[in-house]
Design a protein around this ligand. Structure first.
Ligand code: NAP
Length: 458
């Protein structure tokens, strides 16, 4: 029970800077208890018949769907994201739970011909899985881990970002009401530095699935290595939107704002380096400017809003610092007055790929337009980064599209489109953007161990 001395987490509403909720902050003993509950629940949960586990996950998905409008509104208020985007995310959350509900009955092994007997493989659950997630797409990113982890027969302890814990707590309650057994799905709201690290080093946690910055991901990887703990890392990005002069420039320029300013630029897949072939630069910038000035920035609960505020005052100062390095501001979009962590969408041009704004993940609505000379130059620039998460290629030449797609070192690419994430296709980073894959059938490999059993028939 919270007392006057219990540390609290104050959850703010970024669009108003007002207090949205106040929660007790988890301490080390709380995370210890959550891990113990998950450990206690594991033997029974892994033994649940696959069809029953599948049915429970479907019930969980349906219960979330029934509450999805409330969850979308809560996410909107807590993150500041437009309500239309939050609704899309809730749709993906429900879809992913349903998709993973099919998994328990399809975790197939193999039989392998060997001398003197039969060799079989099985996919075994890992045990207690610790999940650590960021604030930009809270419930969606939590679901990318919770759904496959539970489907594969693991129990979980989830630590959402302290800035945005509200939908995770709500979904923990929904899971309990839908019939998830006690201890299978646990949420702890506490600081990464203490509670998160305790999960990473805890001997009873078999795996950590982490989404967050590359800097913290490195620390998580180092700590996890001490016990050879399984780890998947979904980290930062600095993706390229490569626009060739032969592309449908109108379409490329009209869709560029959502590719870089979606979620107010707080998106690991943001195409924040816009590489444009020189002959197309003027025309691209002309259409891009019109599209950016038409962006509706404002109250995230308004159905028409396309961009909300940043998550916090700290994030706003960080983003603002990138405008002080001297790269020319080509144009800026709208930004409301008054309370709220607003930041106008900003386009810098021309930017050198060596500038700080082109090398670091800004995580805010700042686009760096970088002109290039030819195909080889585009590939060189796209790859000249420590990251490799996402990206796009715009061209009307199909051969070139595939040639360039194969040459860019990145986990997800779209051609003549800016989408990155689908429930049923793999997602993850090359280079310092991460380790492992989420979504699609591949995700299950990262929540199971492969066991090999040989039986002699002699
Ligand atoms: P962050 O600072 O790395 O935090 C992510 C999570 O890690 C939070 O829950 C945080 O807890 C926790 N944490 C912090 N320090 C920790 C430590 N020493 N040990 C264990 N956990 C720790 O990232 P963020 O600012 O929340 O999110 C933005 C970053 O996430 C960006 O770099 C973005 O690119 C990346 N991201 C990647 C993907 C992807 O799929 N690749 C998707 C979304 C976001 P508290 O904050 O509560 O203390």
């Amino acid at each position: 029970m919270a007392t006057s001395t219990t540390p609290v987490v104050k959850v703010l509403e970024p669009a108003t800077e007002e207090l949205l909720a106040e929660l007790p902050q988890a301490q080390i003993e709380d995370v210890e208890e959550a891990i113990a509950r998950a450990k206690g629940a594991f033997p029974a949960w892994r033994a649940v018949a696959p069809s029953d586990r599948a049915a429970l996950l479907r019930r969980f998905a349906e219960a979330i769907e029934d509450r999805s409008e409330d969850l979308a509104k809560l996410e909107t208020r807590n993150v500041g994201k437009p309500i239309a985007d939050a609704r899309d995310e809730m749709g993906m959350v429900v879809h992913l739970f349903h998709y993973m509900a099919a998994a328990p009955e399809r975790l197939f092994g193999k039989t392998i011909p060997v001398a003197g007997g039969i060799d079989m493989t099985f996919r075994e659950p890992l045990g207690v899985v610790g999940l650590i997630t960021p604030w930009n797409f809270p419930l969606w990113l939590e679901t990318t881990k919770v759904a496959p982890a539970l489907a594969a027969g693991n129990t979980v302890v989830l630590k959402p970002a302290e800035l945005t814990p509200l939908t995770a707590l709500e979904v923990e309650r929904i899971g309990r009401d839908a019939g998830l057994p006690e201890g299978v799905f646990n949420v702890v709201v506490g600081p990464g530095r203490t509670v998160g690290e305790r999960m990473v080093v805890h001997p009873d946690v078999a795996k950590i699935a982490f989404t967050g910055s590359t800097e913290v991901g490195k620390r998580v990887g180092q700590l996890a290595a001490q016990s050879i703990k399984r780890v998947t890392l979904e980290l930062g990005g600095k993706s390229a939107n490569v626009i060739f002069a032969d592309a449908d420039l109108e379409q490329a320029a009209l869709s560029a704002p959502s590719a870089v300013f979606g979620n107010a630029g707080q998106d690991c897949c943001a195409r924040s380096r816009i590489l444009v072939e020189r002959p197309a630069l003027d025309r691209f910038m002309e259409v891009f400017e019109k599209a950016v000035s038409a962006l509706r920035v404002g109250d995230p609960l308004d159905e028409q809003t396309q961009m909300g505020p940043l998550i916090s005052a700290g994030q706003r100062s960080t983003v603002a610092s990138y405008l002080e390095d001297g790269a020319p501001i080509a144009f800026r979009g709208a930004s409301p007055e008054g309370p709220g962590y607003w930041f106008a969408p900003t386009v810098l041009c021309p930017v050198s790929n060596d500038d700080r704004v082109a090398r670091e993940e800004v995580f805010g609505p700042v686009a760096a337009v970088i002109p290039f000379d030819d195909e080889a130059d585009a590939i060189r620039l796209a790859n000249d980064t420590i990251y490799g998460l996402s990206g796009s290629i715009w061209t009307s030449d199909g051969g070139r599209a595939l040639r360039v797609a194969r040459a860019i070192d990145t986990g997800t690419l779209s051609i003549n489109s800016n989408t990155s994430v689908r429930v049923n296709t793999p997602f993850g980073g090359f280079k310092q953007s991460g380790l492992g894959r989420e979504l699609g059938p591949h995700a299950l490999e990262y929540y199971t161990e492969l066991k090999n059993v040989y039986m002699s028939t002699g």
